[in-house]
Write a new protein. Structure first.
Length: 301
């Protein structure tokens, strides 16, 4: 994978595009952590500093232990940790430890194509950071590792008959096996009606978070009561609807603040705050830092 940053210096956080070295795989590529670490000097951006993904990345750590930076939080990882990174998330590696691993990098269209036969609610939950931790521990002896090894074995065979379908099938099985494991390790959401409602809420929040941070507004847009929306959020996330809204707004603010050219008052207006002072108070209430202090804290080494 060719990693391309917006700027070669750490002035703005780079948005990393999907630029595969092998066009034969059409939206999917496999890259080792060793290669990313070895070639880091060739990139326009240091992969150990924050960068924003414009694709999906599933990382399977095959040895060692260390940490992964995901949306402004360090997560411990070790052998058999599976990390889910979604489009637009802020990510950074840490090569200082003994970690070994492999990245399965793919576009959103590739992902949707692989799971086109499954309900939208299932696909929505797979890579949703609001619903699950981005790190899942794969048990030793799991079938997941067998299919993972098969995928690695098939990937280089670009001249093999119907290779694209073979890779898509193995990838689909792999993610499905991981989902089975996730269901045993975390709270499993069985109520499809609640999931469907939350997906609609999340979509509205993404579209209108700069218009309103009021849970009543979203309940009205969904044609339900505030009580119903709140109960759904509590059932799925053990959070109120207002907490979900505030966490989303703060995350968008953090992602925007990683661009050092953007002033906090400009961000305040873009997020729907009429007074930048109110935004500063809101941000500090939820993070303990002012926007400017947060920007200064972004050196994560």
């Amino acid at each position: 994978m060719k990693v391309k940053g917006v700027q070669p210096m750490r002035k703005n956080i780079p948005k990393i595009a999907f630029e595969p070295t092998n066009q034969d795989h059409s939206g999917f590529e496999i890259v080792t952590i060793d290669k990313i670490a070895r070639d880091k000097g060739k990139y326009l951006h240091d992969p150990e500093e924050p960068h924003q993904l414009q694709f999906y990345n599933t990382i399977f750590y095959t040895g060692g232990q260390g940490r992964q930076f995901i949306d402004f939080q360090w997560f411990p990882v070790k052998e058999n940790s599976l990390v889910y990174l979604t489009r637009d998330q802020v990510n950074a590696f840490d090569f200082s430890g003994s970690l070994k691993g492999i990245c399965l990098i793919f576009t959103e269209s590739y992902f949707l194509d692989c799971f086109s036969n499954l309900p939208e609610d299932f696909v929505f939950r797979l890579f949703n950071p609001q619903l699950f931790s981005p790190v899942v521990q794969i048990p030793k002896g799991s079938e997941f590792r067998e299919y993972f090894d098969l995928l690695l074995k098939e990937y280089p065979n670009s001249n093999a008959f119907n290779q694209r379908t073979v890779l898509q099938s193995l990838f689909t099985i792999l993610i499905s096996k991981a989902e089975q494991i996730k269901q045993h390790q975390t709270f499993h959401i069985k109520d499809s009606k609640k999931m469907r409602l939350f997906r609609q809420f999340a979509g509205l929040l993404e579209e209108h978070h700069s218009k309103s941070r009021n849970a009543d507004y979203y309940a009205r847009e969904l044609a339900i009561t505030y009580k119903h929306l709140n109960a759904t959020c509590r059932a799925l996330l053990n959070k109120t609807a207002k907490q979900v809204i505030d966490e989303y707004v703060i995350l968008q603010a953090k992602r925007s603040l990683t661009n050092s050219d953007l002033k906090s008052n400009e961000l305040a207006y873009s997020l729907g705050f009429e007074d930048p002072t109110n935004f500063t108070k809101y941000f500090k209430k939820h993070t303990g830092l002012t926007p400017n202090s947060f920007k200064k804290s972004l050196k994560i080494a």
